[in-house]
Design a protein. Structure first.
Length: 68
């Protein structure tokens, strides 16, 4: 009986399977795109933080070395 059902409904099952696989693949692809954007944003924020800290240290060093 199960084989008869598969033989009878193989086309709809194949279409449903293809749609499900396409949906999952699209979801994974979209997630990777967002992860890339988040990584770029995080990297930019980290660079800005490091640059700000370096500038602050440079200013402090200049002020400490300047004659009073």
């Amino acid at each position: 009986m199960n084989i008869a059902l598969v033989e009878k409904y193989w086309k709809p099952l194949a279409v449903i399977s293809l749609v499900a696989v396409a949906f999952i693949a699209g979801n994974v692809w979209s997630d990777r795109g967002w992860e890339k954007k988040w990584a770029e944003r995080d990297s930019a924020e980290s660079s800005q933080t490091v640059n700000a800290q370096t500038a602050a240290r440079t200013t402090e060093t200049r002020q400490a070395r300047a004659p009073a």
